[in-house]
Ligand binder design. Structure first.
Ligand SMILES: [Cu+2]
Length: 473
């Protein structure tokens, strides 16, 4: 015991012990992918500032109180044997000191309370576009808040639904947003409590059954203009490099290029990592998501692609001999190669006159997809995937993530794996092994006889489904 005490009194050793965790933690830099201490937008910055303010106040208090204690210990120590025997005069209370301390504490609380309340107000709603003073203070453009977009976020075990009500589109697990606009998030859950945590942009907010919660965020475009290499070394980047487009697969390409999925740093400044932060069941830790900042043009293009893909009137229709077709038009026509009654998608390669069906005028038409894709497309409903997944429709109330334009997505199974052929094969063969307890394998009505639990017996089917899924791009 005495030894420990001696060690404790040995200041250098004590300091060493205190510094040790910093070394242990040095494998993780403060600006890693999911760091609260690396804010990249006003809302997150506001929380960070508040956090730092309270840290500095606490450090000040620690030093002030600790300093007084050390001073008193040293000044009134027993100086010799005689001194030690004497009992010092006993007093009780000191109104002056006590009043001063109460006043000082009140002032400190006030210093903390004012910015906290301001933060709560800021956090609660997107600033009013007409409040010029506020916008100036926050250094926000009027258009940033005036044209704010809305995303309805629904947490489900164990993935995220992102619905854009203004555009009539739905996606899952990857939130695409324009970097120049504020984003309003309405947070809902369809099962248990989840928590939406997007540390670098928005902080954290619970999703509670029967109640809609709200947060918003806006990215600071200046702070996004960088890239990092494999070692985490940051270099400045242009807008195009920092925010590669989602709609044409550039972002996916940039992320996959000689990068490992588990790298500690965001490869490009426009990519953000989020996580469910409230225990919601056995796969909770794997309930992640991503947010991707886009330029206005790229965001609009992404929205347009989704709107087209999810518009029922824009889905390929059976070939109509009474109609003329133009380059790029897509029609369906039976193709015996694919099996009885199966329809293949053909795309017009030039202007097509009436009656020039793909099987007659082959030169005017091209096959839109290879055979694997077409087989996968047929397998999708046959394997009961469409029981739970919507492809090319909005499918809000679906049991599984919406898979429209799935081939543009960078991650799989709520941010848990890279969305490529290899991971998809693993996922389709045994998703339970990858994400224990997930509701694709364990959902209602899924038993050992269900096709999703039997895909591992048929490599070919798996390959065809993958061709179909990644072909959604
Ligand atoms: Cu969770």
């Amino acid at each position: 015991m005495i030894r420990i005490l001696r060690l404790a009194l040995n200041l250098p050793a004590l300091l060493g012990l205190m510094v040790l965790p910093c070394f242990l933690g040095s494998c993780s830099r403060i600006d890693h992918k999911q760091s609260t201490l690396d804010p990249k937008g006003i809302v997150a910055q506001n929380m960070y500032d508040l956090f730092m303010l309270s840290i500095w106040i606490t450090i000040f208090l620690f030093c002030a109180v600790g300093g007084c204690l050390l001073f008193v210990l040293w000044k009134y120590r027993a100086k010799d044997e005689e001194d030690a025997k004497e009992i010092p005069p006993q007093t009780h209370g000191n109104p002056k000191i006590e009043t001063t301390l109460i006043l000082v504490s009140s002032v400190i609380l006030l210093i903390l309370a004012i910015p906290t309340l301001q933060g709560v107000v800021l956090f609660n709603r997107v600033p009013d576009p007409n409040d010029a003073e506020m916008l100036k203070k926050l250094k926000l453009e009027r258009s940033t808040v005036e044209d704010a977009i809305t995303v309805n976020v629904t947490g489900k075990r164990f993935f995220w639904v992102f619905e854009y009500p203004e555009y009539g589109i739905v996606t899952a697990n990857e939130l695409v947003f324009p970097a120049s606009k504020a984003v309003r998030l309405n947070l809902r859950t369809e099962d248990v409590i989840h928590s939406f945590w997007l540390p670098k942009l928005a902080g954290k907010m619970d999703l509670i059954p029967g109640q809609e919660n709200f947060i918003w965020f806006v990215a600071d475009q200046e702070k996004l203009l960088f890239q990092t290499d494999k070692e985490g070394l940051k270099t400045p980047a242009t807008i195009a490099e920092a925010m590669p487009a989602v709609h044409d697969g550039s972002l996916r390409e940039a992320l996959f290029k000689d990068r490992s999925f588990t790298d500690e740093f965001d490869p490009v400044g426009g990519l953000f990592y989020g996580q469910c932060a409230e225990f919601c069941g056995n796969s909770h830790a794997y309930m992640q998501f991503r947010a991707m900042a886009q330029t206005d043009a790229d965001f609009d293009e992404w929205v347009a692609r989704f709107q087209d893909a999810q518009n029922p009137t824009k889905q390929p229709q059976p070939y109509n001999p009474e109609k003329e077709y133009a380059t790029g038009d897509v029609v369906l026509i039976a193709d015996p190669e694919l099996g009885e009654g199966a329809l293949r998608e053909w795309v017009a390669t030039g202007d097509v006159e009436k009656g020039q069906a793909p099987d007659i005028a082959k030169d005017s038409w091209g096959k839109r997809h290879d055979a694997d894709y077409e087989h996968g497309k047929q397998l999708f409903p046959v394997s009961q995937c469409s029981q739970c997944h919507a492809v090319n429709r909005t499918g809000l109330g679906e049991k599984g993530p919406n898979l429209t334009l799935f081939g543009l997505r960078t991650s799989l199974a709520a941010g848990w794996m890279r969305n490529d052929e290899e991971s998809l094969a693993k996922w389709l063969k045994n998703s339970n092994e990858i994400k224990f307890g997930n509701l694709m394998w364990n959902g209602e009505g899924v038993n050992d006889a269900h096709p999703v639990r039997n895909l591992h017996k048929d490599e070919k089917k798996v390959d065809q489904l993958i061709a179909f899924l990644l072909g959604q791009s």
